[in-house]
Design a binder for this molecule. Structure first.
Ligand SMILES: [Zn+2]
Length: 327
């Protein structure tokens, strides 16, 4: 990019994934950006001053950044908060752990720094927004995010056909290594045999069919979460550490409280979440500043997503935003 000796400033928006200490007062901030993919940059003085600048660079925050290009770590010179999602997540443990798992997964799935990952960025943005809105069970939101992220990464599991032979008949098993659903003929002994509604739930989450997902039974959600987590962990050889907190948490709920946990704040209004607004929110970035001026969305590497991912972007169709034309 910049030539030697020339000062280069650039802007991008992004979601703060992580921060690390740097020296006495500084931080290294890892951000998944709209244009530049995942990058790490230095923020000066943010720990010493307790400045608003520092608060804008906390995990979960959607920020507009100005950066100064340097030979090593670029320097963040300005940060404006677009949405402080963290504020609404830290007060609710299930939502917070789900959000943390999203951030970690987004980081692991964008392995190379500065490789554009627009679809992953949009998924994370939509996922955090849906999580913060509280219109759906946090674990469902997380699983939808994980399934779609896997899809964007090119690892969508087969869900409505056999992953080995493509048969759309009776699906009996789910094979992590085999790529998802397996028909009765292809199923290897010892593979998981989820209930048919669990397959349907996974498909609904992949496609953003929240009506179906919100009405699903807890046992199918638990089974779905287990399969999604195992599938993700298998593909990401290094485990998603924060997912274990979610698993432990939901595992306890799953065994001790078969019904949806009464302590889930939004449990009461899940049935009322019948419209597609949540799905739209999850999928789009309609009202995100700068959404309209993003050029070249067509050549994003991660855009080769499986059909499930493409389908998932269809119903939003409110039209008009550049984000929609990612594929
Ligand atoms: Zn088969």
């Amino acid at each position: 990019m910049g030539d030697n000796g020339r000062v280069t400033l650039y802007r991008d928006e992004g979601i703060v994934l992580r921060t690390q200490k740097l020296g006495e007062a500084d931080r290294i901030v890892t951000v998944l950006t709209r244009r530049s993919g995942r990058l790490r940059a230095a923020a000066k003085g943010v720990r010493k001053t307790r400045s608003r600048f520092g608060a804008r660079l906390e995990p979960f925050t959607h920020v507009d950044l100005q950066l100064y290009e340097r030979r090593s770590l670029d320097l963040i010179t300005q940060a404006e908060t677009l949405r402080p999602y963290g504020e609404r997540l830290v007060v609710d443990y299930p939502r917070y752990t789900a959000g943390t798992a999203m951030l970690e997964t987004a980081e692991k799935l964008t392995a190379a720094e500065r490789e554009p990952a627009l679809r992953q960025f949009l998924l994370l943005l939509g996922g955090l927004r849906t999580l913060a809105d509280g219109t759906h069970d946090p674990r469902l939101v997380l699983d939808a995010f994980l399934l779609r992220s896997l899809s964007v990464a090119g690892w969508a599991p087969a869900l409505d056909e056999c992953g080995r032979c493509g048969d759309r008949g009776q699906l009996r098993g789910f094979s992590i290594a085999g790529g998802g659903a397996m028909c009765a003929r292809c199923r290897q002994p010892g593979t998981a045999t989820p209930a048919p509604p669990t397959f349907a739930l996974m498909l609904a989450l992949l496609r953003g069919e929240w009506d179906y997902a919100d009405d699903s039974e807890q046992r199918h959600r638990t089974e779905c979460s287990g399969l999604v987590a195992a599938y993700l962990q298998w593909h990401l050889e290094h485990g998603i550490r924060s997912l274990r907190h979610v698993e432990r948490d939901s595992g306890e709920r799953g065994t001790a409280v078969p019904e949806r946990g009464p302590d889930t704040p939004e449990a009461g209004d899940l049935s009322g979440a019948g419209d597609l607004s949540g799905a739209r929110d999850f999928l789009g970035a309609r009202d995100v500043p700068g959404a309209g001026d993003f050029p070249g969305a067509g050549d994003v590497p991660g855009a080769r997503g499986a059909s499930g991912g493409r389908d998932a972007e269809q119903p939003a169709g409110s039209g008009g935003t550049t984000d929609r034309e990612t594929v």
